[in-house]
Design a protein around this ligand. Structure first.
Ligand SMILES: [Zn+2]
Length: 121
């Protein structure tokens, strides 16, 4: 019925499932045409410039999806606005700007992993 060997293989399967899940969330966007992953910096520049990504290998153009754009906004502009408008813990305006910018940049570092692109048709 249930022996040690079985539970070992089960935990192994569970572990690999966890790894797969992690990959799903933290993988960089791939080209839908040739499956080449876009570099972090390429996606990063694209989200800030609101430009589409052109694949290095096959030249296919990729556009950011609507949920992708929403993710970008909720990770960067939203926390910055909440911080500067509602909290503003500092009397010093300069300090608020510096911390606000830090939040903006920190949030944006994660966007290349979460923002999704779609092949342009
Ligand atoms: Zn490609």
């Amino acid at each position: 019925m249930f022996n040690k060997k079985n539970s070992k293989t089960e935990s192994k399967a569970f572990k690999s499932r966890l790894v797969n899940k992690k990959e799903w969330w933290f993988v960089l966007q791939k080209c839908e045409n040739c499956k080449t992953a876009f570099s972090w910096s390429k996606i990063y520049k694209s989200v800030w410039a609101y430009k589409s990504i052109v694949c290095d290998k096959c030249g296919k153009e990729h556009k950011i999806t609507i949920p992708g754009r929403f993710t970008f906004v909720s990770l960067t502009i939203l926390p910055t606005l909440i911080f500067s408008d509602f909290l503003s813990p500092f009397e010093n305006i300069l300090m608020t700007i510096i911390v606000g910018t830090t939040i903006l940049l920190f949030g944006s570092l994660f966007t290349p992993f979460l923002v999704k692109y779609k092949e342009r048709v």
